[in-house]
Design a protein around this ligand. Structure first.
Ligand SMILES: Cc1cc2nc3c(=O)[nH]c(=O)nc-3n(C[C@H](O)[C@H](O)[C@H](O)COP(=O)(O)OP(=O)(O)OC[C@H]3O[C@@H](n4cnc5c(N)ncnc54)[C@H](O)[C@@H]3O)c2cc1C
Length: 447
């Protein structure tokens, strides 16, 4: 029998692993391990954890509808695997291969090293397949013929498009019911019982409810309107993408069938670029050690996190995030630059905060974007780039709608003043900008 372990691929169709398992022909046991490490410190109650668990609930329901079993357990993945392989060893349902989709964070790599060891111990193969990306990074690297890797997005994007024209990656039609189920009694999982009730989580909404209206009405204007966040022209698909409820192949295929989808597809390439950097840039997850960040301070971090800085666009964005788990991309840039530059706070604090709060949190994407805003890393904004949250707010939220939505104290404020810093603002924008440029010049140049 084969074992498939779901991770960030919470769907029942168009999975690289299902194609592979159908080809193998053997019965399959389907498992999902809720990892205490990833849900610790109350994360199961925060937006990012809740989004994941709502998708787990949806996945369980999809399996049930098909009359199939998804074993859901709670425990350290290598311990769960060790126990399961041991229990089934020598029997009719002995597992000879464990199949997963690859992930690229340091935690995921270490987890998979331990899973490989557990599989080895019981003579089973461990097969990680690529599912999260449109490109296979290895063959892409050969295709580019490049010495080293792309550090800048534009040339990567050009080659990415060329590569996909040359090696299309179409969605697969294989679904759960195409696989034979290896029927294992559920009792084995008693020892790894989930310590909360999954029924307390509403099943996640269907991703098609977000995507279809966007493809019909929004995609053409995406390039021009994306940043005008009160109109919310972006798709809002990302919480589903990062839980793996929809494959990236499906998104790409549906978008490229339409005219004027280039700008949106470019964002899919951006997502891919950050994964690519996470694979090839050996400092990607450790830039905070490479730079000397000792000149920075956490003095104003709490005020930023609570949305109490006295800068309306920032406070509205942070309070909106805290309440809803949502924040449009433009506001993420403003908040991240404000924290790292005007408040001179290490990017890692903001990164960790977003980890808990964002509905669509993804370690690789979050880090890549925080590095960009903080002017650190291979692909980043120049150190002297410090956006002004007042002028940006005036431009992208001209009537102050977003501010009024989240800051009740400004509901009646005149449009001429609603964007302006409040009298108790924690920093002066002009002075803090100038100071930040000096400090970041030193950090980036190592002086
Ligand atoms: C400081 C900061 C932190 C961020 N943290 C995350 C994060 O944790 N997880 C995450 O997925 N994105 C993150 N982003 C990127 C971006 O803000 C979101 O992907 C975007 O807001 C999703 O909006 P949407 O669902 O409407 O997708 P759309 O705007 O419709 O875009 C479609 C797809 O393109 C991709 N995409 C869009 N913008 C970006 C981008 N800037 N970088 C990479 N991919 C992009 C996403 O996969 C998205 O599903 C962050 C950006 C910043 C500035």
């Amino acid at each position: 029998m084969k074992l498939f372990i779901h991770r960030k691929d919470l769907r029942t169709g168009d999975l690289a692993a299902f194609d592979y398992l159908q080809e193998a022909g053997a019965p399959v046991m389907h498992l999902l391990i809720l990892d205490p490490f990833l849900l610790q410190k109350g994360r199961d109650k925060e937006h990012s954890g809740v989004n994941f668990l709502r998708h787990v609930r949806r996945l369980r329901d999809l399996y049930e509808k098909e009359g199939r079993t998804l074993h859901i357990v709670y425990g350290a993945p290598d311990e769960v695997l060790d126990r399961l392989l041991n229990m089934l060893k020598g029997g009719e349902l002995e597992i000879d291969e464990v199949v997963v989709h690859r992930d690229f964070t340091p935690y995921a790599r270490d987890r998979d090293r331990k899973l490989t060891e557990a599989a080895d111990k019981h003579g089973a193969a461990f097969t990680p397949l690529l599912d999260t990306l449109m490109i296979d990074p290895q063959t892409f690297a050969e295709f580019t013929g490049k010495d080293g890797y792309y550090k800048i997005f534009a040339p990567f994007h050009r080659k990415w498009l060329e590569y996909l024209a040359h090696a299309p990656n179409e969605p697969s039609s294989t679904v759960l019911s195409d696989l034979t189920e290896g029927q294992v009694d559920r009792e084995w999982a008693d020892e790894f019982r989930v310590p909360f009730d999954l029924n307390d989580y509403e099943p996640a909404d269907e991703w098609t409810e977000k995507l279809e209206p966007f493809l019909q009405n929004g995609i053409e204007e995406y390039g021009d309107k994306r940043d005008y966040y009160p109109e919310l022209p972006a798709s809002g698909i990302n919480p589903h993408v990062n839980a793996g409820a929809v494959s990236i192949r499906e998104l790409y295929a549906r978008a490229t069938r339409l005219e004027n989808s280039d700008e949106w597809v470019r964002q899919l390439a951006f997502r891919e670029f950050y994964y690519y950097l996470a694979i090839y840039d050996e400092d990607y997850f450790s830039y905070e050690k490479k730079y000397d960040l000792s000149a920075l301070t956490d003095e104003h971090f709490e005020r930023w996190a609570k949305g109490e800085t006295g800068i309306p666009a920032i406070d509205a964005a942070m309070r909106g995030l805290n309440e809803s788990g949502l924040m449009p991309n433009r506001l993420r840039i403003l908040c991240a630059m404000f924290l790292t530059k005007n408040l001179q706070c290490p990017f890692t604090l903001g990164e960790k905060y977003f980890r808990r709060k964002l509905l669509d949190y993804d370690n690789v994407q979050n880090r890549g974007n925080w590095l960009w805003c903080a002017s650190l890393g291979a692909n980043s904004a120049p150190y002297f780039r410090v956006v002004n949250p007042v002028t940006q707010s005036e431009k992208y939220d001209p009537n102050g709608e977003h501010i009024r939505e989240w800051l009740p104290e400004l509901t009646e404020e005149d449009v001429a003043t609603v964007h302006q810093p409040r009298p108790d603002a924690i920093v002066d924008l002009k002075a803090s900008r100038a100071a930040a440029i000096e400090v970041y010049k030193g950090i980036v140049n190592g002086s």
